[in-house]
Design a protein around this ligand. Sequence first.
Ligand code: ZN
Length: 150
Amino acid sequence: MKLAESSRRKFEVFFRKQFKNEQFQMPAIYFYTGRFTQFLTTTLNIQGITIRRSVFVKPKFVTLLENKKYKIHVELAAHEIAHVLQFEHEGSFRFLFKYFKSFAVNLKQKGNLKSVSRQQAYWEIPFEIQARDIAAKFVEWNKDSQSKNL
Ligand SMILES: [Zn+2]
């Protein structure tokens, strides 16, 4: 499903301020949360994953309301949207290359392949640090809306 226009607009206002660029336009972003996404996020043990403009969110972070509209956890959505913009900014190939290269470098520095090291290596990827930072800022900026969901 496509990100609701009201949410898209909200992110656009936020990122225009963040980037100090009034011309910034949010791309059309699509969220997926079906069975394939459940399988993918469970297998990889993650909350969500972004590939270009497609965001796959673990179903437990998505609520279906009575009016058949979906609500997505705000911080997670902001985090994944930050990755969409990283994809746009770097270009897909360069983004993925840099992402996995820093993961590999971090992992090598940890010196072993235990699950804790993998988690830390992932945590310290610069794109992840930036996405967490942006998500935290968005939550703070958006806190007046009184909702954890979009
Ligand atoms: Zn991430």
